[in-house]
Design a protein around this ligand. Structure first.
Ligand SMILES: [Fe+2]
Ligand SMILES: [Fe+2]
Length: 381
């Protein structure tokens, strides 16, 4: 089972220990080009020595960004290796029963929930792809960080395909569903808030040696990792999981379980990177600005929950949805080393963490039997 505060916990002994050892060995030994016996190598001019990993920085680094190893951040490489274990396409999941469920079993209230959840998520994932690819990745100055983020860009695109596959398979009106974020105020409020915070760093000319720009970048990254991905995505799937628990829309729910695994990694990685920046750049966060961020996110989530669950459905309510937001927000804050924004919040949906734990033996529905890790089974011949 995943450790939700540290998704790599299970993988650490194998991969990160090994990569750390590699980094340590190399750091303590003479760079290969200097120890070579070839005359050419011995004459390597100053400035063309291999990159010293100690010189790497998350941002504002001055080293050659094209040398992957030795790693300064072996944990980032581990994220990349682990991300590759969660590989699927939306075509792998049987959606036949979902078509029947949507048209013949769901109530009008449940269809309202289903459509709006997909509508919100698909717009959000487009934003996530653009943010990590165009605003964040280009500012990193260590390749091991960029490589995981490159994988993340692909995963966000895969998520967008997944929602599109669901929307098309069910037979929903695509132009209407994809336009909802612009015409439904409660969805629009979340998108607008995210756009305001994320667009502020989507400029290639940002100078991160400027302390104000740096502070803004860190705040935008915290919002992205801890709230946009860590709360809004994580909690965004739960209305569909509530249907799944009642035997409805199981194909869609299985698709979202795969996406949720990616998002847990994205959130965890983002928080790790932010903490590293804070340490390297000696940043002090403004508690007032942090509070404002949580309050804005809560208000937007409250409006969204009130809209999608204006009429509660069996086993799920706006109150439970918001309660879970508070509970997860506290978890993200703890990961960041910040005080809990909603003290005393309880686990309103105790089944949610378990729901994300997609394993063969738990996958008792009649959808195609799939396992989380697929890479080991591949035969390349
Ligand atoms: Fe995503
Ligand atoms: Fe993501």
């Amino acid at each position: 089972m995943l450790n939700w505060d540290d998704p790599l916990a299970n993988a650490k002994p194998a991969s990160s220990t090994k990569t750390s050892a590699v980094a340590e060995t190399t750091e303590n030994s003479t760079p290969a080009i200097e120890s070579s016996s070839t005359p050419t190598a011995n004459k390597a001019p100053q400035g063309l020595q291999p990159v010293n990993p100690d010189d790497k920085r998350v941002i504002n680094g001055k080293t050659d960004i094209n040398q992957l190893a030795p790693f300064k951040y072996p944990w980032a490489w581990s994220y990349f290796l682990n991300a590759n274990k969660n590989h699927w396409t939306p075509l792998d999941v049987n959606m036949t029963q979902d078509i029947h469920d949507y048209h013949h079993k769901l109530t009008a209230e449940e269809r309202h929930v289903y459509e709006n959840v997909l509508s919100y998520l698909t717009t959000s994932d487009i934003m996530a792809m653009r943010n990590i690819g165009l605003a964040v990745m280009e500012k990193m100055t260590a390749p091991e960080l960029q490589i995981y983020q490159a994988r993340q860009v692909y995963e966000e695109a895969l998520h967008t395909w997944t929602y599109q596959h669901c929307i098309e398979t069910i037979g929903l009106d695509q132009s209407e569903i994809y336009n909802r974020y612009r015409v439904v105020p409660e969805i629009n409020a979340k998108i607008q808030l995210a756009d305001r915070r994320l667009s502020s760093i989507m400029r290639p000319d940002i100078d991160l040696t400027d302390r104000d720009e740096l502070q803004n970048f860190v705040m935008a990254y915290i919002f992205f990792a801890a709230i946009f991905e860590g709360c809004w995505f994580y909690n965004g799937f739960s209305p569909i999981f509530a249907l799944q628990r009642r035997g409805l829309m199981k194909g869609t729910a299985e698709q979202l379980q795969y996406i949720m695994r990616d998002e847990v990694m994205h959130c965890s990685f983002g928080i790790r990177v932010v903490k590293q920046i804070i340490q390297e750049e000696n940043i002090t966060l403004d508690p007032k600005a942090i509070r404002e961020m949580w309050d804005e996110a809560e208000a937007a989530e409250k409006g969204y929950a009130s809209y999608i669950l204006r009429n509660p459905i069996l086993g799920y309510s706006a109150e439970g949805h918001l309660g879970q937001f508070h509970f997860i927000a506290n978890r993200r804050a703890r990961s960041l080393g910040l005080e809990e924004p909603f003290p005393g919040a309880e686990n309103a949906l105790p089944w949610l963490d378990e729901q994300a734990n997609l394993r063969k033996e738990k996958n008792f529905f009649e959808t195609r039997v799939t396992e989380y890790q697929t890479g080991g089974a591949l035969n390349w011949d």
